[in-house]
Design a protein around this ligand. Structure first.
Ligand SMILES: NC(=O)c1ccc[n+]([C@@H]2O[C@H](COP(=O)([O-])OP(=O)(O)OC[C@H]3O[C@@H](n4cnc5c(N)ncnc54)[C@H](O)[C@@H]3O)[C@@H](O)[C@H]2O)c1
Length: 249
């Protein structure tokens, strides 16, 4: 029960990774708000908040709900995210702006309006979602790669500004995690079985990640055990980005 007595809000809280984080936080004793676009896939023990992270008004309203119900916030996880698979030439301005609105502006807005509540915590933790794609590029994912690089920079800036107020800020940067986002990627590229095998084989650990793998790291970063951890980009990728591409001899 590492999070007993703490209150957490997770954006994208009913998506693949967000849902696993909410479930883990509940197991660790936290009160949990799962914020997402719809409650189609609601989690029984978490309080659902309808939130479009691109809306300033909705971000303010979400924090008002947390204040009214709990009076405090200790943990914010910015997990809402979208991707589009296109080069810059194929990307319309509208698509570019949408990716940045959800992945970057959403992280900015929700964090901004969470700050007054997080300050009251005394030992608060914000966990943003970057990606290994913010360090190295997957082909045909230009707007997404750029948006995750922006989240990485924003994470460092937030950690510098708000560390003195008792708020730690980190980003988790996953590799391939088995969620609807990854399933969508497999679906768009043909034969799922051979794609799954190819993705497994490209990892030194010969597996890709699960949402629970991510929740394990997020749970630690959220807890007071991580009190000295801030301003960092935590890559979780089964060794994927540690290797150079092998020549086929
Ligand atoms: N799955 C992976 O392989 C992977 C790898 C690296 C990084 N990530 C990042 O992890 C985070 C979670 O991804 P996931 O795989 O769980 O994706 P997912 O598609 O399963 O879940 C994303 C969630 O975000 C919500 N969402 C989308 N737009 C929103 C908006 N405007 N307002 C509020 N909620 C919104 C969706 O409804 C969904 O529930 C994302 O930021 C993603 O970029 C995922």
């Amino acid at each position: 029960m590492k999070l007993a007595g703490k209150t957490a809000l997770v954006t994208g809280g009913l998506g693949g990774i967000g849902r696993a984080i909410c479930a883990r936080f509940l197991k660790e004793g936290a009160s949990v708000f799962a914020a997402d676009l719809s409650d189609a896939n609601a989690l029984p023990d978490a309080t659902f908040i309808k939130l479009d992270v691109t809306s300033e008004h909705a971000a303010q309203a979400a924090m008002e709900t947390v204040r009214a119900q709990c009076g405090q916030l200790d943990i914010l996880v910015n997990a809402a995210g979208i991707e589009i698979e296109k080069t810059i030439e194929q990307t319309t301005l509208e698509q570019w702006n949408r990716v940045f609105a959800v992945n970057v502006t959403g992280t900015f807005l929700v964090s901004k309006y969470a700050l007054p509540l997080l300050r009251q915590s005394g030992s608060a933790s914000i966990i943003n979602f970057g990606s290994y794609d913010g360090f190295i590029a997957d082909p045909g994912l230009a707007a997404y790669c750029a948006s995750k690089g922006a989240v990485h920079a924003l994470t460092r800036a937030m950690a510098c500004d708000h560390g003195p107020e008792g708020i730690r800020v980190n980003a988790v940067c996953p590799g391939y995690i088995d969620t609807p986002m990854l399933r969508g990627f497999f679906r768009d590229h043909g034969d799922i079985d051979s794609l799954e095998a190819a993705v497994r084989d490209v990892h030194p650990t010969r597996r890709y990640g699960t949402p629970d793998d991510v929740a394990n790291l997020v749970n630690w970063l959220a807890s007071d055990e991580a009190r000295y951890a801030s301003g960092q980009l935590w890559v979780l990728d089964g060794g994927l980005t540690a290797q150079v591409q092998q020549m086929k001899l």
